[in-house]
Design a protein around this ligand. Structure first.
Ligand code: ADP
Ligand code: ASP
Ligand code: MG
Length: 402
């Protein structure tokens, strides 16, 4: 079998963990499999590198930031290759350039376009364990890009798809995908299986256990994922197309406190305003999420929307540049908010879900600022300080516990 195994930062955080992972990789190899390993940067390396950059510049140039951040993964693959060689396994470490992992040119948020299988195949044919840097790619200028925080999962899926791997295993510091972040909701339950669509929603709404684009890509290329722990032998969670799973009304709760709300107040109440604002933001690569427009009064209206916290500086720049054309009287930025969501394929045909979620907020005396719904999720915007309490209350009211 051809198996792609990805290990996250905490799984390779120190010497002991590196050898723990090396031993597990070795077992898979000894069983007769071809193995490609994808690694993240060790422990807090990526965070530390960001701090370093910010010591030099408040808003570092994105190309240079990617050049810096990509070094974390390069350290991991070299160290893992050394560990595997110590254990007597033939192996080679490769970075994105050496593999030929092409991405779009958006520094800090690049998407894979193509993964060349040739070099990987050649190394596998030599019976090498191939250890590849996660999180990075190369754009059309031959510059290094990164995929966005948590992006190593996507590298693993991209490689699994390019090689038509039999298995793609994502090893992390929890036993699998839970009904909510088990570090926040103590009685969260591990799921045996989850569908791509539900996992994609959970990941996009803040459940960091998988990078959302890895799920998107897994669905597109039909790569079955297993999420499991590098520290225990417990069976993980399978992410796949159809699930025999009890069609649960709600399959999980997610929280995201890395968002900001922008309110444009006193806009002229004329057709084309929203189009102009959101088309301009989209052109600059700013992802807008929940949008709320007030009822017009005195020929003016207000539009509020949320963006990822990491896009706030860019969004502020766009707003400043377009202030005169958009003609609002005031702009307000709020970073003290969080989004809490429930996700579940079962809610398509059930009308009571939103009401139940609001009941949980009422019982906990938590104020809701904005609401957004779709067929398989409901999100609310609340104060950041209430996020953990809200997640627990919602988890309780839907009885998702063990
Ligand atoms: P890695 O470094 O292995 O990529 P991450 O920190 O990116 O690990 O993701 C694993 C973390 O995701 C867990 O430690 C857990 O706190 C968090 N998490 C959030 N939501 C969930 C969920 N629904 N199920 C499991 N883990 C979750
Ligand atoms: N090292 C990168 C990060 O911390 C990528 C990853 O861990 O997936 O975001
Ligand atoms: Mg991760």
């Amino acid at each position: 079998m051809l198996i792609v195994q990805k290990f996250g930062g905490s799984s390779v955080a120190n010497v002991e963990r590196v050898f723990n992972v090396a031993n597990r990789i070795g077992e898979t190899y000894k069983a007769g499999n071809d193995v490609v390993v994808v690694l993240s940067a060790q422990g807090d390396t990526t965070d530390d590198l960001i701090v370093k950059a910010k010591e030099i510049s408040g808003n570092p140039e994105k190309r240079e930031l990617d050049m810096l951040l990509s070094t974390g993964e390069q350290q991991s693959v070299a160290l893992m290759a050394m560990a595997l060689k110590e254990l007597g396994f033939p192996c080679i470490s490769l970075n994105a350039y050496q593999v030929g992992m092409s991405t779009t040119s958006a520094y800090g948020n690049a998407r894979f376009k193509r993964v060349k299988p040739d070099r990987l195949r050649r190394e596998l044919d030599r019976r090498n364990i191939v250890i590849v840097t996660g999180f990075q790619g190369i754009n059309r200028f031959d510059d290094i890009t990164t995929l966005g925080r948590g992006g190593s999962d996507t590298t693993a899926v991209a490689i699994a798809a390019a090689l038509h791997a039999d298995k793609c295993e994502i090893y992390t510091d929890v036993d699998g995908v839970y009904t909510a972040d088990p570090r926040v909701v103590k009685n969260a339950r591990k799921l045996e299986e989850i569908s791509y669509d539900e996992m994609l929603e959970l990941a996009s709404l803040g459940a960091k256990v998988l990078h959302n684009r890895s799920v998107e890509m897994a669905k597109k290329y039909n790569v079955e994922l297993v999420v499991r722990s590098s520290l225990t032998r417990v069976e993980g969670t399978v992410v796949k197309e159809a699930c025999k799973m009890e069609r649960m009304l709600v399959s999980g709760v997610a929280g995201d406190d890395e968002i900001a709300r922008i309110s444009l107040i006193g806009l002229k109440d004329t057709p084309g305003k929203a189009f102009d604002i959101f088309a301009t933001l989209a052109k600059k690569g700013i992802n807008v999420d929940i949008i709320l427009q007030s009822i017009g009064r005195d020929k003016t209206k207000d539009i509020s929307f949320t963006v990822p916290e990491t896009s706030l500086v860019d969004a502020q720049k766009v707003i400043d540049e377009n202030k005169d054309r958009w003609g609002f009287s005031e702009v307000d930025y709020n970073e003290n908010l969080a989004k809490v969501s429930v996700v579940g394929a079962g809610m398509v045909s059930n009308t009571g879900v939103a009401a139940k979620m609001f009941e949980a907020m009422f019982d906990s005396n938590i104020n809701i600022h904005m609401i957004s719904t779709s067929e398989i999720k409901i999100s609310i915007l609340i104060d950041k300080k209430d996020m953990h309490r809200a997640m627990n209350a919602i988890h309780d009211i839907f009885k998702l516990e063990d």
